[in-house]
Design a protein around this ligand. Structure first.
Ligand SMILES: NC(=O)c1ccc[n+]([C@@H]2O[C@H](COP(=O)([O-])OP(=O)(O)OC[C@H]3O[C@@H](n4cnc5c(N)ncnc54)[C@H](O)[C@@H]3O)[C@@H](O)[C@H]2O)c1
Length: 347
């Protein structure tokens, strides 16, 4: 299939691109490079040994997006363009809605012009909000507590209403990922957000402290609800998430309608446990201390992934050690690539 991946140079998009190329699909990346860099496209070409074109554009520009769909004879869109991060969404709520909600509206308008297209949408466990029970399945109430979760839930609703109204596309999978983490084993692609700032997922922030870029890790010590007082998250390897997206694409070739799937490991890990695992993977000490940050009030997330297992034949294969090792390998590889001598810079 010819697959266009919006946000294709970003974290989830790039790993999905690699997985789809390895499965024989032709992939086109579409990204405004707001949160990523164009080198990801050439690294993907190296890893896949095939051309991976990059269209530089904003998904909110429906005309440019439509032209790309037609020009590349696209059969399926994997929509990953958007903003992420709980804290970032609280700081920049309007930006979050503009990219996540307006962007999705534009993707739906552009796809309405295609012939029976397939859509896989990158949503999040953030749409659930505070867990009502131990495992969160796809029917768990959606009561997001942050602009991030609300913007993704509203984007889901736009998609749902379009499908109900019999507007194209009619084959859609909404993928609710639980805390993507880790990186491809090459170290060439990964979560690049935290390499430039203190933002990024927990693993990326751990790598920054292990590498000496940050002095210590602020730990969100939240409540007596968890045994060690730190939040618990269902960290899931990003290559497993990418495999889940690819499985959904295959599924939609045979199944019409709208389908929602959780992608997670089904096990939670506390931030303190993650620190210990990262120390073991990197061989470095990671100083950490509690913080007063109360932006994330959800103390524990664990995915119920039975639906993805039964319908997609998917389950997460990689564990916490592999997540930490691949994150650390990615951080070291990026340091090597970005070192002045590697870039041929004097002094
Ligand atoms: N990483 C997570 O923890 C996580 C979990 C679940 C869902 N999500 C959601 O999945 C999507 C992708 O997340 P990610 O982790 O890959 O983030 P990311 O920031 O690594 O990648 C997003 C990509 O989209 C691009 N982009 C942003 N706005 C755009 C626009 N208007 N037009 C074109 N390109 C645009 C960015 O430049 C970036 O390359 C986001 O919507 C995010 O909210 C992320």
């Amino acid at each position: 299939m010819n697959v266009l991946i919006t946000g294709g140079t970003g974290y989830i998009g790039s790993h999905t691109a690699l997985t789809l190329c390895q499965q024989g699909h032709q992939v086109v990346l579409f990204d405004n490079l707001r949160q990523s860099n164009p080198q990801v496209a050439s690294r993907l070409e190296t890893l896949c040994d095939q051309p991976v074109p990059l269209v530089m554009g904003d998904v909110r520009d429906t005309r440019v997006l439509s032209c790309s769909l037609l020009e590349h004879e696209i059969n399926a869109v994997v929509h990953c363009a958007g903003l992420r991060g709980t804290h970032a969404s609280l700081m920049r709520p309007l930006d979050t809605y503009a990219h996540n909600l307006q962007g999705t509206l534009s993707v739906m308008q552009a796809m309405a012009m295609c012939d029976d297209p397939i859509l896989v949408f990158s949503s999040s466990a953030a749409v659930y909000g505070k867990p009502r029970h131990a495992l969160q399945d796809e029917n768990h109430p959606t009561e997001p507590t942050t602009p991030l979760g609300r913007s993704l839930l509203q984007a889901e609703n736009v998609i749902r209403d379009a499908v109900k109204g019999s507007l194209l596309p009619t084959r859609v999978a909404i993928m609710r990922s639980f805390h993507p983490a880790g990186a491809h084993e090459s170290g060439l692609i990964g979560d690049c957000s935290g390499l430039h700032a203190t933002a990024g997922g927990l693993m990326t922030r751990l790598a920054r402290v292990a590498a000496g870029d940050d002095a210590w890790l602020p730990l969100l010590s939240v409540s007596p609800d968890t045994p060690d007082g730190t939040v618990e998250r269902d960290h899931t390897h990003v290559m497993d998430i990418a495999a889940g997206f690819a499985a959904a694409l295959d599924f939609l070739r045979l199944h019409e309608g709208l389908h929602t799937f959780n992608l997670g490991r089904g096990q939670s890990v506390s931030d303190l446990q993650a620190v210990k695992a990262f120390e073991a993977a990197s061989g470095r000490q990671i100083p950490c201390a509690p913080t007063a940050d109360t932006s994330d009030t959800v103390t524990r997330t664990v995915a119920d992934t039975r639906l993805a297992k039964v319908r997609l034949g998917w389950e997460a294969r990689r564990g916490l050690a592999e997540i930490c090792e691949s994150s650390w390998n990615h951080a070291l590889t990026q340091k090597l690539i970005n070192a002045p001598e590697a870039r041929g810079v004097n002094g």
